[in-house]
Design a protein. Structure first.
Lengths: 438, 470
């Protein structure tokens, strides 16, 4: 069983009391417990079961403007005492930093909404096995599929965040995730693809038949890929890839990148950075949202932010420390964005496919080719060549490259937004990128 | 030796009994204890930004029957907790009738000392070095706009308890010192990153003011990039410099030769054993036994002593890298490649220090032979799709080559290739093999482990360069 709020609170207050007794001026403690159970299948038989139970505590101690932190998984009082003493000793000899402080008291979350993030249902491993059997049965029906791997994870978490200004709050959350990876083979090639579903509530996850079918179909479609020639092309990014641009964007507008001057979006507040049809929202209070948060990792309240309206950048993602550096108030984004999404565009998926006679449709990228300092972007890609709105053949061993500054201004979004992950985007087209191939 | 349960209600006898009882009908398995102490001290934006200390103690209990692995881990060290884990394993492996494999090779070798690098240098002394780095770089060049410097250190003690009470232990120090610098000139920003590290004390790496060399290298890479022009796009010849660019070997070949993907036949290499997969003259080994290197281990995370495994010899595929599970199922022996990030993770076959050995040619000869191509010296990271064999890696310092001469620096770009065929495109192997500076971390199935790479300069006849200039 997952540890309850009372247990976590008692550990947190033990740490705070001890730190205060030692003479710290401020302190903040997070205590969390997470239990997860995974069952994995391969080729229709049980492959692995994995149970994990982790407790963790992390403590920041302040002495005026000096700060240091410790973390541990060992919650025995004897161990905590040693660690807090060590932390305080370290704090004493750490240089001052004028921007170190707990969050402003008036910004701390007061009313914590119930966002329905916890489903107490427990799905026994036997039931997980039934789900995966059904899933792999469907996924392996086509004889081109030579290998299937699938997994089902149930996770339950609980945490308490407490600080010496009296903040003490936390809540439970849960997630249920199922995934399937299929490998297909023909005379020319071997390919892999996947599908997964992840929700806070058990009843909301996709059914196994749907999941297995999609994974297999997507994999088979990739067989016998061709390499295309180098060219400037319009590229359509499948939803599972287009959301990645939002994650890069979130990294580039984090107050820490801005304060350090290491973002290509520094000094771009109130300027046009996307084409004027683009709106980006970060909404923390989505019911059952995969990225929903009642407060950020410092306890600061979170409000919905319209980060970009009509292409203009309105906000950075601000935490207390970097906010003070930039002379901005925290907007409750210590730890990053919450439920981040592009609002729908005006064109439907089919018409987007037909918008140019030749389009590269990208379903997967590999490599870490996004440079947030310069905005340069270059990654490996696989996908399909689309001609006159029709999928012609699979493509691989190519790269796609551009620079975010120009790419962001050449985005066209379809109207097919869904809330599947914590970051979500409709299908996206970007014009004018370079494809390197043969 | 570390006493993992002396503060709990467990005795060694209890532990041995629970382990032996749980694993008696299994084919393999063990109880793994881990006690890790780690620190990270970061200077950023002219200030000591963070100073973190972390202490983690826990166990992972594994039972294997045929192909099925049951795993349970916890950071609560107590009789109840261990019994709960045992129960969880037994519930997965219901009707089993295996014969426990007691065989595990022994070793007297040790590739690093039992030290705690964190305690071997005072916090004050570490802060002093970080401040010196910051001052040195900012004074040295007025285009320096941001400096980040960090120390990270770890002491990880492990004990593996097998059925029948056999216990194997290891104490593993690991450090890394890193400098990142951002320059800004005429509105253009570029970064340069360099680091050093391995399984010794901080001071072993920092003697003779070696931190200055790390600063210079980071600064040099950033300066080169300030003058870089757009990279070309398309297929061309590529000369790779020695050392760290061997992440090409790691991505293109290494992952595809890990036992699990080959047992499952999902690797592009699974049916190529004994066949020619590389040009003549190409020999690649994975070596866990190099003294004090980042990827070295005295024993792996299953207790098997590490070794020098020949993967490709003179172009022919010779061996896969194996942990105990995959070795048993493929009817071979573990190569001491069973690794895990921590007690929270299952064991997988992983790389250690992956190296392409020296050949006879010089880097000069390679450059001179290229009419149009690129010369790549420094890299960020890479990634591979094991099944299709396609891999990428990102250049962070590269130059164009025109008519046998090195030309202007080019912007960072991704290079993409096909693992099973790329080594057949290697037409020259240099005589200048070099190890990387000790900074690599390899990710697989969500687990990061420290690794090393090495190679001489090589000439690849055809690779796709992912620039923007057609």
């Amino acid at each position: 069983m997952i540890k309850d709020q009372e247990y976590l609170k008692s550990k947190a207050s033990y740490c705070l009391d001890l730190a205060k007794k030692l003479g710290v001026t401020d302190a903040s403690v997070t205590v969390g417990n997470s239990i997860s159970e995974t069952v994995s299948f391969r080729n229709k038989v049980l492959d692995e079961s994995n149970r994990s139970d982790s407790l963790a505590v992390s403590i920041d101690t302040y002495l005026g403007k000096k700060k240091s932190s410790i973390s541990s998984s060992n919650l025995l009082e004897e161990n905590l005492k040693i660690l807090i003493e060590k932390c305080f000793e370290t704090t004493k000899i750490t240089p001052e930093d004028e921007f170190n402080s707990l969050p402003d008291k008036e910004l701390l979350a007061k009313n914590v909404k119930d966002l329905n993030l916890y489903d107490q249902s427990h799905i026994e491993n036997e039931k997980k096995i039934d789900y995966l059997k059904e899933l792999e049965e469907i996924a392996s029906i086509d004889n081109k599929i030579i290998n299937t791997e699938s997994g089902f994870t149930e996770n339950k978490s609980n945490f308490i965040l407490a600080n010496s200004d009296g903040f003490c709050n936390g809540y439970k959350s849960s997630s249920f995730t199922a995934s399937c990876v299929a490998v297909a083979k023909d005379d020319n090639s071997m390919e892999r693809d996947y599908e997964f579903t992840s929700k806070c509530h058990l009843n909301d996850i996709s059914n196994p038949l749907e999941l297995g079918k999609i994974a297999a179909e997507q994999t088979i479609k990739k067989l016998s890929p061709k390499k295309i020639g180098s060219d400037k092309l319009s590229i359509i990014f499948d939803k599972r890839i287009s959301k990645g641009f939002l994650s890069s964007f979130a990294g580039a507008i984090s107050a820490s990148s801005i304060a350090r001057g290491t973002s290509f979006l520094k000094d771009k507040l109130n300027q046009q950075i996307f084409s004027n049809s683009i709106n980006v929202i970060d909404k923390p209070d989505l019911i059952k949202g995969m990225g929903s948060k009642c407060f950020d990792s410092e306890g600061v309240k979170t409000d919905t932010l319209k980060l970009v309206s009509n292409g203009i950048l309105n906000n950075y993602l601000v935490d207390t420390y970097n906010g003070k550096k930039l002379n901005l108030k925290s907007n409750g984004r210590c730890g990053g964005s919450t439920n981040l999404y592009f609002e729908n565009g005006n064109i439907d998926f089919d018409n987007l496919l037909k918008s140019h006679s030749k389009i590269l449709y990208v379903t997967e990228t590999i490599g870490h080719g996004a440079n947030l300092v310069t905005g340069d972007y270059s990654v490996g890609a696989t996908g399909f060549l689309v001609e006159d709105g029709k999928f012609k053949y699979p493509v691989n061993e190519i790269t796609i490259a551009g620079n975010f500054k120009e790419m962001f201004k050449n985005i066209t979004l379809a109207n097919d937004l869904e809330f599947k992950y914590s970051v979500n985007s409709p299908t996206m087209m970007i014009d004018g990128m370079t494809v390197a191939g043969k | 030796m570390s006493n993992f349960f002396d503060k709990s209600d467990l005795t060694r006898k209890d532990v041995d009994e629970i382990v032996s009882d749980t694993l008696k009908n299994c084919d393999d398995g063990e109880l793994y204890f881990e006690d890790s102490k780690s620190e990270s001290i970061v200077l950023d934006d002219n200030k000591i930004k963070s100073s973190n200390y972390s202490s983690d103690l826990g166990f992972g209990f594994r039972a294997i029957s045929d192909e099925v692995v049951a795993y349970s881990h916890s950071n609560e060290i107590s009789k109840d907790s261990l019994k709960n884990s045992a129960k969880s394993l037994q519930s997965t492996l219901k009707s089993i009738k295996g014969i426990y494999n007691h065989e595990i090779p022994k070793t007297n070798n040790k590739f690093y000392d039992d030290i705690n690098p964190i305690e071997q240098k005072t916090l004050d002394a570490k802060l002093e070095v970080l401040n010196k780095v910051n001052d040195y770089l900012r004074k040295k060049d007025s285009t320096v706009k941001q400096v980040t410097a960090s120390f990270s250190g770890e002491k990880k003690s492990i004990e593996i308890i097998r059925s029948g009470g056999e216990a194997l232990t290891d104490v593993r120090p690991l450090i890394r010192f890193n400098v990142s610098v951002m320059l800004e000139k005429n509105g253009r920003k570029e970064t340069g990153v360099y680091g050093i590290g391995g399984r010794q004390s901080y001071d072993d790496y920092l003697k003779n003011d070696n931190w200055k060399n790390v600063c210079e290298e980071a600064l040099r890479i950033a300066s080169v990039n300030l003058d870089s022009k757009p990279a070309p796009a398309g297929e061309m010849k590529v000369v790779l410099g020695p050392g760290w660019p061997a992440i090409l070997i790691h991505e293109a070949i290494g992952h595809g030769l890990e036992g699990d993907f080959n047992r499952k036949k999902t690797s592009a290499f699974h049916d190529l054993m004994g066949q020619k997969v590389a040009s003549e003259g190409v020999t690649i080994v994975d070596d866990g036994t190099i003294d004090k290197r980042r990827g070295s281990l005295t024993i792996d995370d299953e207790g098997t002593p590490t070794e020098r495994t020949v993967l490709i010899e003179n172009g022919i595929l010779k061996n896969f890298m194996q942990d105990r599970l995959n070795a048993r199922l493929m009817n071979t022996k573990s190569t001491g490649s069973g690794r895990r990030e921590s007690y929270k993770h299952i064991v997988l076959p992983r790389m250690r220090n992956t190296m392409m050995l020296s050949g006879k040619q010089t880097q000069d000869e390679m450059i001179k032979s290229v009419d149009k191509g690129i010369f790549a010296v420094s890299f960020g990271g890479g990634q591979v799709d094991i099944t299709s064999g396609k891999f990428v890696f990102n250049c962070t310092e590269a130059y164009e080559i025109n008519n046998g001469k090195i030309g202007s620096p080019i912007k960072g770009a991704t290079l993409i290739g096909d693992g099973p065929s790329i080594l057949k495109e290697v037409s020259m192997v240099g005589n200048d093999m070099m190890m990387d500076p000790g900074i690599g971390t390899c990710g697989k199935a969500g687990q990061g482990v420290p690794v090393g790479v090495a190679q001489p300069s090589i000439l690849i006849d055809k690779m796709t360069v992912g620039g923007t200039k057609l």
